[in-house]
Design a protein around this ligand. Structure first.
Ligand code: NAD
Ligand code: FES
Length: 297
């Protein structure tokens, strides 16, 4: 059992929890994720790690309520426990293996959209702890939905907040802020790391391709086993099939087939769609406990 040491609602429908998981906290790195399970029969919920404290042995997760399982999860309070909390899963961010002196000379731009701000935070924090300063854009629909602003301010070199409705910070989507920084202010970036809703990552990649900025994205397709066995999280990257849970979750954004990924995400929402995927893609889709492919929320 994995005890919840702190649980709070950050804003409407978005929750933060600190979970006692010392083994994961000891070895996890930015970019990796965990799969949480509420009880014996519950669905597996994949969540990118938002923060970790190796001394305290805790992992911080942030999630949005978007289905029955996350709704149930949001009702958990301090002192309650997860039945399973598996991780760290997936590959760490590419930069953790780079030479720090090389990294220090790179101009890195992070683009975080909505709940995607949570997985961006440990990356910016890790870089700051290693003496690398980055520019960070955080976009939200409105001021109310902005999360982790103070935490991000503490670790970012420059923080640019955008809201779609202009209720706070720059008015416009994150792509408008990228154009402002690059085209109007003349900023140059070697790499952009974009994490947020699929549609945001798609449009960020279309723009950064035009601007000639290498871009990494973190994909969160539906996941079931998280071990590369079930096929649920398959994505096309550069014309090859990849499994986000073991080959990712981070990929070269300019090679990702976002339209296909978004279509699959939609199909997973209905039993008919899942049956069609099984028919087209074969029996890699065993799904959770042989019940067929399940959604992750
Ligand atoms: P949102 O819809 O509020 O969007 C956040 C920001 O993304 C917007 O403010 C805008 O600046 C930008 N954006 C959205 N559409 C855009 C477009 N067409 N062009 C350019 N920029 C655009 O975000 P949300 O409601 O927090 O998103 C929830 C979704 O994010 C869920 O589907 C969830 O699965 C996904 N998510 C992904 C990750 C990940 O690891 N990739 C992590 C957490 C959540
Ligand atoms: Fe990735 Fe099953 S969740 S293959």
């Amino acid at each position: 059992m994995y005890r919840i040491l702190n649980a709070k609602e950050l804003t409407s429908n978005i929750y933060l929890m600190d979970v006692e998981a010392p083994r994961i906290a000891k070895s996890c790195l930015p970019g990796q994720f965990i799969i949480a399970k509420l009880d014996e029969v519950g669905e597996r919920i994949p969540l990118t790690i938002c923060d970790y404290n190796r001394e305290a042995g805790t992992i911080t997760i942030v999630f949005q309520v978007i289905g029955a399982s996350t709704e149930k999860m949001s009702a958990l309070k301090e002192g309650d426990s997860f039945r399973d909390f598996t991780g760290p899963l997936g590959m760490a961010s590419e930069f953790v293996n780079e030479d720090i002196s090389v990294l220090k000379n790179k101009k890195i731009l992070f683009v975080a959209g909505g709940v995607g701000t949570a997985p961006v935070y440990p990356q910016v924090k890790w870089l700051r702890e290693n003496g690398v300063s980055c520019d960070v854009i955080v976009g939200a629909k409105n001021k109310e939905l902005l999360i982790l602003e103070n935490e991000m301010k503490a670790v970012a070199g420059n923080l640019y907040i955008t809201t779609d409705d202009g209720s706070y910070g720059f008015k416009g989507m994150v792509t408008e802020q990228i154009k402002e920084l690059v085209n109007n202010q003349g900023n140059k970036y070697d790499v952009c790391i974009a994490i947020g809703p699929m549609i945001m990552m798609k449009f960020v990649c279309l723009l950064t391709k035009e601007l000639g900025i290498k871009t990494i994205v973190s994909l969160n397709p539906v996941m079931v086993d998280g071990t590369g066995m079930c096929g649920a999280c398959r994505v096309s990257v550069g014309g090859e099939i990849k499994f986000a849970c073991v080959d990712g979750p981070e990929f070269d954004g300019h090679l990702v087939d976002f339209d296909e990924a978004m279509k699959r995400q939609q199909m997973y929402k209905s039993e008919e769609g899942r049956a069609l995927l099984r028919l087209r893609e074969g029996d890699t889709h065993k799904g959770h406990k042989g019940k067929g492919c399940g959604g992750n929320n």
